[in-house]
Design a protein around this ligand. Structure first.
Ligand SMILES: [Zn+2]
Length: 461
């Protein structure tokens, strides 16, 4: 059997892994690559042939860098079913429709902008809303811990990855001519103490191969328990200056966690009476999906839900329409504005940043990973000037990064996970070079030899 690393190899987006045996091939994840525009367009539009001809696909979780290219896969005549957990299926339905709308809007905007340029070749959206239902129809939802047959000689089991609602580690049991082999794919691995969801489950011991994420292989996070204190401090300091807190946040996961932590602060009378805006139709839809999947909640969240509507918060404004979003610009005095996209590459957060970054009273609060070449990364690096919608702006607002909010395991968490697993071989994906190099050194010290394959590389087992 062999593993082919089709995406998220020595980078963090575009997750795609192909497992090939003598009798079958199975695709694990089919994510959007997110980076420079031209490269993204080229890579996302042309899926590798072996991905399209796989017998089946499995999806670890609903983040768009793991699911976002499923509509292109199905449109490209991929013949198989797509297996995922029930919560991932419901979340993917929201995420893919939103991604389609974004791509349609993006293409329309660029084509209009360059309409007078004779060299301009009109852009076709990667996919449209019409491409989404055919992908959803292929989805087969399977709960955690239930072993299922994926293809001839390949069966799989989902374990909770503790990363976002419905997220899974994948255990693949492969039979080749009577020889049994086990491959564990960590998916994006969460960490203990995150709000709402359960902690990651321990991996099975001694698989032949572990394919593991490495996003924060060179970082240590503040413990998740610090979230509430850190957030309260940032809000207090910003309010004392008379400023606003703007949070670029993933509509799926981070927004709901922030809501829960704000809810706790309000309950403990530590959240001042200032308005809180969730300025994202997608985040509002996704929050509704969370309510339908209490089977994924941890004990504390289930208890809280019995007493209270976790997502109801006094002073909370859910803004769906464009006009409501623009009206937030007129709010006078302190406020908290949570808006997508998470890396500030697009979405409504851009108009808030444009309005707020030049005023030193305001705070840009960073609560998630910011990939290279994104506006989010430039904010984290505190560049003196940042370009928003093509216009340079002075960055005078405070920028605060709270890594207690990270939904990914840090270096200690990744080493503990691999040490609990003790695989025959460890292969690192979903990480930039520096993170992977640091993690390999740490793993080597525990006797685990890890390798980070390049994109397109095939490893024979
Ligand atoms: Zn993820």
């Amino acid at each position: 059997m062999r593993l082919t690393f089709l995406g998220a190899a020595r980078e963090v987006t575009g997750s795609m892994l192909l497992v090939t045996t003598e009798r079958a091939s199975v695709l694990v994840d089919c994510g959007l690559f997110q980076g420079r525009r031209a490269e993204s367009r080229r890579r996302n539009a042309h899926l590798p042939h072996p991905a399209v001809t796989a017998d089946a696909a499995i999806v670890t979780h609903a983040h768009i860098d793991h699911t976002g290219n499923l509509p292109v896969l199905v449109r490209s005549a991929f013949p198989g079913d797509i297996y995922l957990t029930p919560a991932t299926r419901d979340l993917a339905a929201c995420m893919l429709r939103d991604a389609a709308r974004l791509q349609e809007a993006d293409a329309e905007y660029l084509n209009r902008k360059y309409a007078d340029d004779p060299e301009w070749e009109p852009i076709v959206p990667l996919y449209t809303e019409e491409d989404v239902p055919p992908a959803l129809e292929r989805m087969v939802a399977v709960p955690y811990h239930r072993r299922f047959t994926v293809a001839d000689g390949v069966s799989a089991t989902f374990l909770d990855a503790g990363h976002i609602l419905g997220s899974a580690q994948l255990v693949l049991d492969i039979d080749e001519r009577g020889r049994q082999r086990r491959v564990v794919v960590s998916g994006d691995l969460g960490r203990a103490g995150l709000p709402i969801i359960r902690d990651p489950e321990p991996p099975p011991r001694h698989p032949d191969v572990l394919v593991m994420e490495s996003t924060y292989g060179d970082r240590t996070h503040a413990p998740a328990e610090r979230m509430a204190d850190d957030l309260a401090r940032v809000i207090d300091e910003t309010r004392a200056r008379g400023g606003k807190v703007v949070v670029p946040a993933f509509a799926l996961g981070r927004t709901q966690e922030l809501l829960v932590v704000l809810h706790r602060l309000r309950r403990d009378r530590r959240l001042p009476a200032i308005p809180v805006f969730i300025d994202s139709p997608l985040a509002i839809d996704v929050t509704s999906v969370f309510r339908m999947h209490p089977e994924c909640f941890d004990a504390e969240t289930r208890r809280l839900l019995d007493e209270d509507d976790l997502f109801a918060l006094e002073g909370l404004h859910l803004t769906r329409t464009r006009d409501e979003s623009v009206a937030i610009n007129d709010v006078v005095g302190p406020a908290i504005i949570i808006a997508a996209s998470g890396m500030a590459e697009g979405g409504r957060v851009l108009h808030h940043l444009r309005n707020l970054v030049e005023d030193p009273r305001n705070t840009v609060l960073v609560v998630g990973f910011m990939a290279q070449h994104t506006l989010g990364r430039r904010l984290v690096e505190r560049r003196p000037r940042v370009k928003i919608w093509g216009v340079e702006r002075d960055l005078r607002a405070q920028v605060v990064t709270l890594n207690a909010f990270s939904a990914h395991a840090d270096a200690d968490g990744l080493v503990a996970y691999a040490s609990a697993c003790r695989p025959g071989r460890a292969l690192l994906v979903h990480g930039e070079d520096a993170a992977q190099a640091a993690l390999r050194t740490r793993l080597a010290a525990t006797g685990i030899d890890a390798y980070a394959p390049e994109r397109g590389e095939t490893i024979e087992l």
